[in-house]
Design a protein around this ligand. Structure first.
Ligand SMILES: Nc1ccn([C@@H]2O[C@H](COP(=O)(O)OP(=O)(O)OP(=O)(O)O)[C@@H](O)[C@H]2O)c(=O)n1
Ligand SMILES: C[C@](O)(CO)[C@H](O)COP(=O)(O)O
Length: 228
C-alpha cells in the first residue's frame, strides 16, 4: 500500500462513560487516551496525514494536546459531526490520499504491528474482526430468530478503504438516510465487494462504558510490564 490518510475518530462526547469530559481525554497511564494511538502511528512511514474529527468545543483542547506531545506526522483537527458516521464523512472530505485508514481514539491498545499488517495486506478493503465468544440471537422482548455464531463477526477497528469509494458510499448513505455503526457495514451495503477480515485481538478493546475504563487500567499495567 502506498501513501495513506489516517482518520482518528474523536468526535464523540462519551455519554455512556458518564464523566464530564469526552472519554478520549481521560488519562490512561498518565496520558490522554487518544495520545496512545497517535504515538503508535506517528512512526509509520506510509501514514502521510492524520485527520482528527473532534466536537467543536474540544478542537482547541485536542490541538493543545497534540502540540504538547509533538508528533512528526501532519495532524489536522476538524469539526466532527453529530454522529460517528458524519464525523467519518467530514474527515473523508478533507483527506488527500488514495487509501484511508479509520480508527477510533478510544481503542488505545491497538498495536503498531496491527496497523502495519492492515497497511501491507494486499486487499483494497479490510477490517479487523473477532470470533464471538457468546451467543447472539435476534429479538428484543422475545426471541425472534436464531443466528449461527460461526457465521458472525465482532467487527473491530482499524479498517482500511479506498478513499474515493468510501466517500461515495457515505454520500449514498446520506442520500438514502441510512445510518451504520461503522464503515465496513456502510461500504458493504453499497459495494457488496470483498472486505477482508483480519484476525483481531482481545486486547484491542473499545473504551465505551465505565467498566471498560477499569479493564483498560488492568490491561495497561500488563502492557507496561511487557514493555519492560
Ligand atoms: N459524533 C461522533 C460520535 C463518535 N465519534 C467517535 O467514534 C468512536 C466510537 O464512538 P463511541 O464509543 O460511541 O463514542 P461516543 O459517541 O463518544 O460515546 P457515546 O455513544 O457513549 O456518547 C469514538 O472514538 C468517538 O469519539 C465521532 O468521531 N463522532
Ligand atoms: C465501530 C465499532 O467500534 C465496531 O466495534 C462499534 O460498532 C461502535 O459502536 P458503538 O455503538 O459506538 O459502541
Amino acid at each position: 500500500m502506498g501513501e495513506c490518510s489516517f482518520i482518528l475518530l474523536s468526535g464523540g462526547i462519551g455519554k455512556r462513560m458518564q464523566v464530564n469530559i469526552p472519554k478520549q481525554f481521560l488519562l490512561l497511564g498518565g496520558k490522554p487516551i487518544l495520545v496512545h494511538v497517535l504515538e503508535k502511528i506517528d512512526t509509520i512511514d506510509s501514514i502521510k496525514e492524520i485527520i482528527i474529527p473532534s466536537p467543536k468545543e474540544f478542537i482547541e483542547k485536542t490541538e493543545e494536546i497534540i502540540h504538547n506531545y509533538g508528533f512528526a506526522t501532519p495532524i489536522y483537527c476538524i469539526e466532527g459531526g453529530d454522529t460517528r458516521q458524519e464525523s467519518v464523512y467530514h474527515a473523508l472530505k478533507s483527506a488527500r490520499f488514495d487509501q484511508v485508514i479509520v480508527h477510533e481514539a478510544v481503542r488505545p491498545f491497538v498495536t503498531k504491528e496491527e496497523f502495519s499488517y492492515l497497511i501491507d495486506c494486499k486487499n483494497e478493503s479490510a477490517t479487523y474482526g473477532l470470533d464471538i465468544p457468546f451467543t447472539v440471537l435476534e429479538g428484543k422482548d422475545f426471541i425472534e430468530n436464531n443466528l449461527v455464531r460461526d457465521q458472525l463477526i465482532n467487527i473491530q477497528l482499524p479498517q482500511k478503504f479506498n478513499r474515493k469509494k468510501l466517500l461515495y458510499s457515505h454520500e449514498c448513505a446520506r442520500e438514502d438516510n441510512l445510518e451504520f455503526t461503522e464503515d465496513a457495514s456502510l461500504y458493504f451495503h453499497y459495494f457488496k465487494s470483498d472486505i477482508k477480515v483480519l484476525k483481531g485481538s482481545d486486547y484491542n478493546i473499545k473504551i465505551t462504558k465505565p467498566v471498560d475504563r477499569k479493564i483498560a487500567e488492568v490491561l495497561y499495567k500488563e502492557y507496561i510490564l511487557m514493555e519492560g
